[in-house]
Design a protein around this ligand. Structure first.
Ligand code: ARG
Length: 471
């Protein structure tokens, strides 16, 4: 058994149960690449500062290359008794290069080491999500372009409200995901601060240059207070909060589409390749994929709230509780990535079933508001117009007829200002043709939105996305 680097202090080996309980290797081996990156920067800094000789530096860098290659090729001898990936890499380095390897951890603690690894991981995840969000938006935009004139009965409270263009609906999700995209850009700016050099909590007596390692690792700046960053996990919690926000958007879209594609509604059809069947009922074609998106949102929210709970009441600086952060971070990051991929598929392949939507547009008095506004344009005060149209609707309900089935005479009994042009107002298409202001579901606004999105996503396609919000 390989003894741990702190064995000098101990006469006894830890109990097996203690080893098993404190180990995080099975989880944090995922940080290996970041750990090696951090170590390379650290070793180069130690040399620049005259703390390591050129020979030591070169031997360690060579050894780290070898460790990296062993990990890549699956040859790395992971050892459970060495707690975590950080100790595994360091001990293996010493085996490979000998004495010089024992200088790697100079002026460093696992506290700043794990913090820098996690930060690099989180910043990469944030950038990755930004790119995935752009792909979802591209898929939504492509569908919006071809569905500009297609309407569906928009609702509030799940009750028929006003006709809305499918393009407008899809672009609403472009906007929601864009807020997430901007949150991530802000996130990357805020947290681009390197903790490497903070040591255990108080820095080091050696002449370290944390600013240099920060630049070497691509951070905007280095920490201002070692005590702060040794125990800081704001960046991790915040990523999980943004993850929750992204998943909430995904989940609401999933819920919409589950409803749209439900048997009694049927306005949307999902391709078979995105559905699953039933083990008992032969006829079933279920949207399990979207239901799991909703379900996994609960899991990610759980991770975010577990992470907040982990931090609440935790003494400042490093405490071993923090080791648990990865158990919440990694699965949440995976789920967000997978979900954004699924949404891209669903958005590009769902089918709008116009034959089912047409009749639904005739029910529910969807144009009642437009009629009231038409009366306003004829000089009727809105409250009066609302009342007149309300009575008209009640009349229709009693007679089991639609507004469009009434004669002009009947309409004028309730709304005397109406002329024959009221027919155009009662058509669902009025939603597209009679709304002109920006942001509405009117055709002019939809065209404006599409043009704006084309512009935004074109500059992303040119590779500008990551640069424009470079931390
Ligand atoms: N595996 C540990 C973690 O993930 C590394 C830090 C251990 N530090 C310590 N002081 N015991 O947090």
């Amino acid at each position: 058994m390989t003894r741990s680097p702190w064995a000098g202090r101990f006469a006894e080996d830890p109990d097996q149960a203690v080893q098993d309980y404190t180990r995080s290797l099975h989880v944090d081996r995922r940080l290996a690449g970041y750990d090696i990156r951090g170590s390379r920067a650290h070793v180069r800094m130690l040399f620049r500062q005259g703390i390591l000789s050129r020979r030591d530096r070169d031997r360690i860098l060579q050894g780290l290359d070898q460790v990296e290659e062993e990990i890549r090729s699956g040859q790395f001898p992971y050892r459970d008794e060495l707690e975590d990936i950080h100790m595994n890499i360091e001990v293996r380095l010493c085996e490979l290069v000998g004495e010089e390897g024992r200088r790697l951890h100079t002026g460093r603690s696992r506290n700043d080491q794990v913090a820098v690894d996690l930060k690099l991981f989180c910043l990469d995840a944030a950038l990755g999500w930004q790119e995935m969000i752009r792909r979802v938006q591209e898929a939504l935009l492509a569908r919006a372009r071809s569905l500009q004139r297609e309407l569906f009965p928009g609702w509030t409270h799940l009750q028929a409200a006003q006709p809305v263009s499918w393009a407008h609906y899809l672009l609403a999700y472009c906007d929601m995901f864009d807020r997430d995209h901007r949150r991530l850009a802000g996130y990357r700016r805020l947290h681009s601060v390197s903790p490497l050099g903070a040591g255990a909590l108080a820095g080091s007596t050696l002449p370290l240059d944390p600013g240099w390692t920060a630049r070497e690792l691509g951070f905007t700046s280095s920490f201002e207070n070692s005590y702060d960053v040794a125990g800081d996990r704001d960046f991790l919690l915040e990523l999980l909060q943004i993850a929750t926000q992204i998943m909430l958007h995904a989940s609401r879209m999933a819920e919409d589409l589950i409803y749209f594609s439900s048997t009694p509604v049927g306005w949307v059809e999902l391709p078979e390749s995105l559905c699953t069947g039933s083990s008992m009922m032969p006829q079933k074609k279920n949207p399990d994929l979207l239901e799991l998106c909703r379900g996994k949102t609960a899991t990610v929210l759980g991770h975010a709230s577990a992470m907040a709970t982990l931090l609440k009441g935790l003494p400042s600086s490093y405490n071993r509780d923090l080791q648990q952060d990865k158990e919440h971070l990694f699965p949440a990051v995976d789920t967000v990535g997978e979900t954004l991929g699924i949404l891209t598929l669903v958005a590009s392949r769902m089918r709008v079933v116009s034959s089912r939507i047409g009749p639904a547009l005739e029910r529910g008095f969807l144009t009642a508001t437009d009629l009231a506004e038409h009366l306003v344009s004829l000089g009727v005060p809105f409250r009066t117009a609302h009342e007149q149209v309300g009575r008209l609707v009640a009349y229709c309900v009693k007679q089991n007829r639609t507004l469009r089935q009434l004669s002009l005479r009947e309409i004028r009994k309730f709304a005397p200002r109406c002329g024959s042009d009221v027919r155009g107002v009662l058509k669902p298409e009025g939603a597209l043709d009679h709304k002109f202001h920006s942001g509405s579901t009117g055709l002019a606004s939809i065209r404006q939105q599409i043009a704006r999105w084309e512009d935004r996503l074109r500059s992303h396609g040119n590779g500008n996305n990551s640069r424009e919000d470079q931390p």
